[in-house]
Design a protein around this ligand. Structure first.
Ligand code: SF4
Length: 381
């Protein structure tokens, strides 16, 4: 199977209070030099032979905020990998409401982008403000409608819950509003307080009080139920879609398939080697211009480590892990490899067996397992 391609655009108009992804505040000069080196990297990837299978199975431009780039830079970037985007089965771009407009939408569609993921985050202005987002709820709603009206058939929205002061009733109201938007895919995340962010500092000096775990758990269960009722079914811990609208790029990750990551802080995983790029856009540009390596660290994973990682990631999907699929994929027998973890997780009521002809054919998370998915994944590592 062809690898996926991820391109990181490490710029945002402003940093959100909770964010610990690598991104810098947007500046024309640094963005322009960054796109120059990125195009240089893309050119070096290789030429796609006519009629051959896809060079990349999926392409994903994420960030940061890809739409923070001005249109001219986006045109240059998208043009540089035209030859790959033609054959990719899915080509996604992330967009934020404040920087998405009609011109950019048209450019994306003309360039073969067939999926857009919009960082709505919330439909309440007070929540957006608390998170340090720079768009309003109205702007978020308008941008989803605009993308749909202008021709995007595959739209995803991101939502967040569990913000201090939020209650279950208002979250439910927001969810019901969100599913009225013309989006067939929802990624829904609980707010986390990440070290090094302004929000983490606020937590430490007690100016914010996190919600109790049972409240956030109830909010999460509400997501599963409310979206499910409206035909947007859970297919991974944090991802929900109408049938046929599941994100192929992410499914590639969850099946532990290969991918190439371009950009600062991006990760590649090819032939069992995982390599992480340096997380500094200035240094990234400088090193590439000097012909130096941009790899910060790399690790050659042993077959057993690859197999365990596959188990730890794949178990987070709604379909779980089929024993036969796992054996074909990794060469290992899951029941042998994860014998102790499976026994322990069954006893804790976090997973259950899938059955075929009354025999165990795989394992899958139980409802409670989705609430404690990090515990399940760690047990498998
Ligand atoms: S827009 Fe996204 S990537 Fe940028 S600071 Fe906010 S959360 Fe982080």
């Amino acid at each position: 199977m062809a690898p996926s391609l991820y391109i990181h655009i490490p710029f945002c108009k402003r940093k959100c209070f909770y964010c610990n992804f690598y991104s810098d505040v947007y500046g024309d000069t640094s963005a322009s030099s960054y796109i120059d080196v990125l195009i240089g990297q893309i050119k070096k990837i290789g030429t796609v032979p006519e009629g051959d299978c896809p060079y990349f199975s999926t392409i994903y431009i994420g960030g940061g905020t890809p739409t923070s780039l001005d249109k001219k830079l986006l045109v240059r970037l998208l043009k540089s990998f035209e030859q790959y985007s033609r054959s990719a089965s899915e080509f996604t771009i992330e967009a934020n409401p404040e920087s998405l407009d009609e011109d950019k939408i048209k450019l994306f569609l003309d360039s073969g982008v067939n999926r857009i993921s919009i960082g709505v985050q919330s439909l309440r202005d007070d929540k957006l403000k608390k998170l340090g987002r720079i768009h309003t709820a109205k702007k978020a709603i308008d941008s989803v409608h605009l993308a749909s009206k202008k021709g995007f058939k595959n739209i995803s929205i991101d939502l967040m819950f569990g913000i201090w002061g939020e209650d279950i009733a208002s979250w439910k109201k927001e969810l019901v509003e969100a599913v009225k938007l013309p989006a067939d895919h929802v990624s829904c995340y609980e707010l986390t307080y990440e070290n090094g962010t302004p929000l983490f500092a606020a937590l430490k000096n007690k100016s914010v009080t996190p919600l109790e775990d049972d409240v956030t758990a109830a909010m999460y269960e509400l997501v599963i139920d409310e979206l499910g009722l409206r035909g947007i079914k859970q297919y991974e811990v944090s991802n929900f879609a109408k049938i046929g609208c599941e994100c192929k790029h992410n499914i590639n990750y969850w099946e532990n398939n290969e991918y190439i990551g371009l950009g600062p802080s991006a990760v590649s995983y090819i032939e069992g080697v995982r390599a992480k790029n340096i997380s500094d856009v200035g240094e990234y540009v400088k090193r590439l211009n000097e012909g130096k390596s941009i790899i910060e660290s790399s690790e050659h994973l042993t077959p057993v480590k690859r197999a365990r990682e596959t188990a730890a990631i794949k178990i987070r999907t709604k379909e779980g892990i089929d024993f036969k699929w796992f054996k074909d994929k990794t060469g290992f027998d899951l029941q042998e490899l994860e014998k102790n973890a499976i026994k322990d997780l069954l006893a804790k009521d976090l997973i259950k067996y899938k059955r075929e002809n009354n025999l165990p054919s795989g394992i899958v998370l139980k409802r409670k397992g989705f609430l404690f998915c990090d515990t399940v994944s760690s047990a498998m590592m």
